[in-house]
Design a protein around this ligand. Structure first.
Ligand SMILES: [Cu+2]
Length: 140
């Protein structure tokens, strides 16, 4: 089976976005995003918000990445090719990019911003990393 990761800039239906934000704010504890849903992540002030997300293995989810900073470019890198994850997306200041991911293997994976100016701490060292938890699909 071949899986493709599609990176694109686009508009995600507003209702989906509102619902996913509601889920993130109201879900008790850690709950995996439902299939086909969008998870909105803000990149700004050298951090990701939320900094922990959860997806069920085998489900395709849209990550909507919004850089909330006025000047600073950020990036979203999530590399775990064995698990079907190969994301490296730059997100300019004030911009939004969406990326579709389908994690295949349960586990805990780190995502980060790979930006670094010469002679400065990297964004990751300043706190710009987070965790994707891939939970096993529940048995039918
Ligand atoms: Cu950054």
């Amino acid at each position: 089976m071949t899986r493709y990761l599609t990176v694109y800039t686009g508009i995600v239906p507003t209702l989906t976005r509102v619902f996913s934000v509601w889920l993130l704010l109201n879900a008790p504890g850690l709950q995996a995003a439902p299939p086909g849903q969008t998870i909105s992540i803000e990149l700004g002030d050298y951090r990701f918000a939320p900094r922990q997300i959860s997806i069920t293995a085998g489900e395709t989810v849209q990550l909507e990445l919004t850089n909330t900073d006025g000047l600073t470019p950020h990036n979203f890198t999530l590399q775990a090719k064995d698990a079907g994850l190969d994301v490296d997306v730059d997100v300019g200041a004030g911009k939004t990019h969406s990326v579709e991911i389908t994690p295949l293997l349960p586990g805990t994976y780190t995502f980060l911003c790979n930006k670094k100016l010469p002679f400065m701490k990297s964004h990751r060292d300043r706190g710009m990393e987070g965790t994707l938890i891939v939970v096993p699909a529940s048995p039918e």
